[in-house]
Design a protein. Structure first.
Length: 148
């Protein structure tokens, strides 16, 4: 592996790279919050239904589909976000696998919400961040990683 590139002369990071990192940080923070509420058995702060959308974070998070391999799906999302920092320096194959795991997690989460007939807005925020950062990995200049 080669050294990580300078994002810009003078050490400044490209705007796309800042967005990528901010989204990963957001996904991680939401994952951390939802994982904490899971293990601390604390109610999730969730808004009331909006325009007829059945918002029910507790129902989504506490149901059987809210865990995978015994761990909250939000924890998996947080770990995925941490891995997003690592894949910046990885080869294309690893970045594609990372993005594929992200899309698979989003598909699981959206399918789970659809089956329940309820939406978790915290989960939606994570899902949007995961989709955007995964797509950004397809454009090296946006994510700020090295080009192969």
């Amino acid at each position: 592996m080669g050294a990580a590139p300078k994002d810009r002369p003078g050490g400044r990071i490209r705007r796309g790279a800042w967005l990528y990192r901010a989204l990963l940080l957001g996904v991680f923070a939401v994952g951390l919050y939802l994982t904490w509420t899971h293990y601390a058995a604390v109610p999730v702060g969730c808004p009331a239904p909006v325009a007829g959308v059945p918002v029910d974070c507790a129902r989504v998070l506490d149901s059987s589909g809210g865990t995978v391999a015994g761990l909250p799906l939000a924890l998996w999302g947080g770990l995925w976000a941490v891995a997003g920092w690592v894949v910046l320096r990885a080869g294309r194959v690893l970045r594609v696998l990372w993005a594929a795991f992200g899309f698979a997690g989003v598909a699981w989460g959206v399918g789970h919400e659809a089956a329940l007939g309820a939406v978790c807005l915290w989960c939606t925020a994570m899902q949007v961040g995961i989709v955007i950062t995964s797509l950004m990995q397809g454009v090296p200049a946006l994510a700020g990683e090295r080009e192969d």
